[in-house]
Design a protein around this ligand. Sequence first.
Ligand SMILES: [Zn+2]
Length: 313
Amino acid sequence: MPDVLSAPLVVEFPFTRSLGPVQSAFLTGLRERVLLGVRTNDGRTLVPPVEYDPVTAEEIRDLVEVAPTGTVTTWAWNHAPRRGQPLDTPFAWVLVRLDGADTALLHALDAPGPDAVHTGMRVRVRWAAERSGAITDIACFEPYDGEAARPTGHSGAFADAVSGVVVPARLDYTYSPGRAQSDYIRALAERRTVGERCPSCRKVYVPPRGACPTCGVATAEHVEVGPRGTVTTFCIVNIKAKNLDIEVPYVYAHIALDGADLALHARIGGIPYDQVRMGLRVEPVWTEGTRHPDHYRPTGEPDAAYDTYKELL
Ligand SMILES: [Zn+2]
């Protein structure tokens, strides 16, 4: 068994979501410590609210206040809270049907241990000290044995309503590229580009995935390709990416390395962005300490004829 690479990988980005009238009222309500649901035409109250009836698909806009107390309908114990979760000590994930609602809301329940949690137990909202119009305005739920709280009769109309939320998304995992791409990555460390040839259709895949997606057979024959290649198609990037120190505009291109039957993509440098063209011949430019070319630059050769790369577009 060849040595397969593996590395931690984090994908992280802020996701900005605009809110329609129902979600806006719900989240603004949380900021003001008011819990709002939406009433369907057949009289059910949905919390958290949605904008269309999940059964009939009718548009629903009739906001109704429910109580900050409710009943656990099901739960699961979280032994090891992760970064960004509602509590940093072990807690229960619970579905809570708030008093006055017909559906349940997912949140955290602060409890000393799983023995203290059961379906049917009564809970109430613990509000966050600082609230901004987000689901985290509910810090968590806590056990409660008092009377059901009464809604205040709020209409759901607010001055200064929340119109959008920024939700940080983060995926934190271990990635293994598999046998074929491990070989590809190791070759890159020696500044070589290695693909694999399909034994059936003879296509050379770069980067290799270990199998031919057309023929459905394993690929194993290593084929060194490049280092030069041909721009098959490209785009001009005009939006500056966060944490990427490249001046805009710049060109990102599909490049078919010589001997490869699949184009890979990379930045083109060493030429004004408005002079990049299909058929341009390019070569990699490496910088110290990286495992892939920083960009590709023109070789000065005549452009490749369209017929030589038209199957690679
Ligand atoms: Zn094939």
